[in-house]
Ligand binder design. Structure first.
Ligand code: NG1
Ligand code: MG
Length: 387
């Protein structure tokens, strides 16, 4: 699929290509800092070169026409500026509807309808943020079509609000932030507590970031996700009985160890342990990357996976097998990325060993799981843009 083809489809669908504009928002991969973004911790994601394309145009009436070339049966949703409430059956189109509704609720002046054609090449339900990508591409096009006074960080906040209040996933801001703010060949080290951030150049020379997809759809991820969040909140409350902290991200490992028995429930204690240690690992990882020490970076990635497997319990056999096989086959670092329960792993692999790596990991995975994983070499791209 390319932009010319998409324009042709737009024209067939909506009559012409007069006055259209085209937009792109990437997917993302998180290098380290998992399940820290709703715990006031750091994350370390980068934007990918694949993502969601949108072609859009204002209308003179109040109709909202949403069309996705990715879904043949549920690809068309026609509604109205005054009928933007959530509907299960609208599926993917709830994201554009939701962000439009939130913008309107925030008094951003969207006074006419619009028509949008979407095409995405992010594997769905793989933990690479297809949902935040569609929210941000829609934010950007609304800003552009209606000349809205809103900056990129605000766009990220409203997209997060769409997930929280409209979709019902109580997620943090990592995905929306990196997709709005990403920069080619850079990751962002983001403090989710203050939203202070820095760009970290990623110069990999002889190493590639290889994303491996378990091809297990994430299924129950959203409800388990909300459950983890509640467990961390409970743990935080118990710690706050004694400690003057705002979030788990405020604690060092030592402070946690000294006070962890304030958390009565053993499971909640493990969840909090992950959040605290993962946050500290993320800060260390950004430092070691600055010094170009990829081996140390990889070791921190491996520790992250073990913590997500044993303490946070969000991996599952597909992710574990894929990561263990990567470790065996020479990955400098390997871990699950995103919410977990399925989806993708992120691996640092020496370029000259990539082909062998893919072959061996694929073989082992297929033997144990029964179907193939997929591999993508990550190119770190820019955040959302007008094209
Ligand atoms: P994915 O895997 O893209 O659903 C989710 C959350 C993030 C973050 C990660 C775990 C959404 C939209 N995003 O990512 O905020 O908490 O899990 O680190 O649910
Ligand atoms: Mg999602």
């Amino acid at each position: 699929m390319n932009l010319e083809k998409l324009k042709k489809i737009f024209s067939e669908k909506f009559g012409s290509i007069d006055n259209i504009n085209s937009y792109f928002a990437p997917g993302r991969v998180n290098l380290i800092g998992e399940h820290t973004d709703y715990n006031g911790g750091y994350v370390f994601p980068c934007a990918l070169s694949f993502g969601t394309y949108a072609i859009a145009r204002r209308r003179e009436d109040e109709k909202v026409l949403l069309y996705s070339v990715n879904f043949s049966e549920i690809g068309i949703v026609e509604t109205n500026l005054n009928q933007l409430s959530y509907k299960e059956e609208d599926n993917w189109a709830n994201y554009p509807k939701g962000i439009t509704k939130i913008f309107k609720d925030k008094n951003l002046n969207i006074d006419k309808g619009f028509e949008i054609l979407y095409y995405g090449n992010i594997p769905n339900g793989a933990g690479l943020s297809s949902s935040a990508s569609i929210s941000i591409v829609t934010s950007l096009l609304l800003k552009d079509l209606f000349k809205l006074d809103i900056n990129r960080i605000q766009m990220a906040k409203y997209s997060q609000l769409t997930e929280n209040e409209y979709i019902g996933v109580n997620c943090g801001i990592m995905d929306q932030f990196i997709i709005a703010m990403g920069k080619k060949n850079h990751a962002i080290i983001l403090d989710t507590n203050t939203l202070e951030y820095e760009y970290a150049p990623i110069k990999l020379d002889n190493i590639s970031i290889v994303i491996a997809n378990t091809n297990k759809r994430r299924g129950l991820a959203d409800s388990k996700y909300n459950e983890r969040r509640i467990q961390c909140e409970k743990a935080l409350k118990e710690l706050q009985n004694k400690l003057n902290i705002n979030s788990l991200g405020d604690l060092t490992e030592e402070e946690f160890e000294e006070n962890k028995y304030l958390i009565k429930n053993e499971i909640n204690r493990k969840r909090a342990k992950h959040a605290v240690y993962e946050n500290r690992r993320t800060i260390k990882a950004a430092k070691v990357l600055e010094n170009g020490d990829m081996k140390k970076f990889g070791k921190l990635m491996n520790e992250s996976h073990i913590s997500l497997r044993d303490d946070y319990e969000v991996t599952g056999k597909e992710l574990d097998i894929l990561v263990e096989s990567a470790w065996k086959n020479g990955a400098i670092g390997a871990r699950m990325t995103g919410a977990g329960f399925g989806g993708c792993t992120v691996n640092l692999v020496y370029n000259e060993t990539i082909e062998r790596f893919k072959e061996n990991v694929k073989k082992e995975y297929k033997e144990k799981i029964g179907y193939d994983p997929d591999f993508y070499i990550a190119e770190i791209g820019d955040g959302a843009k007008i094209i």
